[in-house]
Design a protein around this ligand. Structure first.
Ligand code: FAD
Length: 287
């Protein structure tokens, strides 16, 4: 099923997972999926490291298992920055063979010591290429606070529009911790003519190091309210986890109330955290 068709009658709930590190036992991901299965997400997306690496071969395998073994629609992430056209073609063929219909088409991060292959300079080029070579539903990433490389949010929105014009028919945001950024972004996106569903990416923060890394990577603004929670409980892991989950639930309830198209939960492969959030909000998705 093409996931863009899910948005008709309810608020979509999707999960994101990542392949286990090569040093972790392979079956850890299946234990994660066992724990997520009965939360009935609308779809699960599987990340793919732009830097390459052995666990990338696993991404497609896991996306296929999500669909065929677990009976949940899957989305395969595909960052183009370090791939050639012929490598992407091979991957598209593999996806077709495995019945994967949905691709989150990304540029990928520019890595400090890797020269990009240069065949897909931006996600819009990859999106056009995928459009030409198969009948896929294409998702793209967006940034309520602006992408870190963009000079300003208007430029970033113009570039986002290119992705939609190239054929992305569904968007997922980077995490944010202050919903006001999302509402402003959604309004501006509408004004520049972006009318596809936008899912809000929510990351339940359960340790302080995790968020410090995210800020460094993605330039996410940390609201005072959030920092007070982190500072108060940083040395009490269980309390911090409870507070992080409560914070995410608070964000999600507000987003659903304000008519968000969908919630994309960055599960960090922690079914327990996803379950607590699901239990708190699942009735609201269809209300
Ligand atoms: P682009 O859309 O190409 O944008 C990158 C920058 O270039 C932006 O500043 C944009 O404004 C600008 N730009 C865009 N198009 C043009 C153009 N035509 N001309 C000039 N400038 C342009 N990374 C991974 O490696 N693997 C993953 O699995 C992964 N999953 C992700 C999932 C989500 C939901 C999100 C939000 C991000 C994910 N990322 C992943 C991270 C992503 O690869 C990085 O954020 C990357 O830096 C940008 O990717 P993009 O597809 O948004 O790039």
């Amino acid at each position: 099923m093409k996931t863009c068709e899910l948005f008709r009658d309810h608020t979509v709930l999707s999960f994101e997972i990542f392949p286990p590190k090569p040093t972790s036992p392979e079956d850890t991901i299946y234990r994660t999926l066992d724990g997520l299965r009965d939360l009935h997400p609308d779809f699960i997306s599987v990340t793919f490291g732009a830097g390459g690496g052995a666990n990338n071969q696993k991404s497609l395998e896991i996306a296929s298992a999500v669909k065929h073994q677990y009976g949940i629609e899957s989305v395969a992430h595909l960052p183009g920055i370090n791939l050639t056209r012929s490598e992407v073609l091979t991957m598209l063929e593999q996806m077709q063979q495995q019945g994967i219909e949905n691709i989150l088409a990304l540029r990928g991060d520019v890595l400090p010591d890797t020269q990009p292959r240069g065949e897909f300079r931006h996600a819009d080029e990859l999106i056009s290429f995928i459009r030409e070579h198969g009948d896929f539903n294409i998702l793209a990433a967006c940034y309520p606070e602006g992408h870190t490389e963009s000079p300003d949010t208007v430029t970033d929105l113009r570039n986002l529009k290119r992705k939609v014009d190239a054929g992305a028919n569904q968007l997922v945001t980077q995490l944010f911790l202050d919903n006001r950024y999302f509402y402003e972004f959604r309004e501006k996106a509408e004004l520049v003519g972006i009318h596809v569903p936008i899912e809000a990416g929510i990351m339940p923060v359960t340790n302080k190091k995790q968020i410090e890394r995210m800020v460094q990577l993605c330039g996410v603004h940390l609201p005072d309210k959030f920092m007070k929670v982190m500072n108060r409980y940083e040395h009490q892991p269980e309390a911090l986890q409870d507070a992080g989950i409560a914070y995410a639930i608070d964000q999600i309830v507000d987003l659903i109330t304000q008519g968000v198209d969908g919630i994309h939960l960055y599960t960090m492969n922690k079914p327990y955290v996803a379950r607590r959030i699901y239990e708190a909000v699942h009735r609201l998705l269809y209300a």
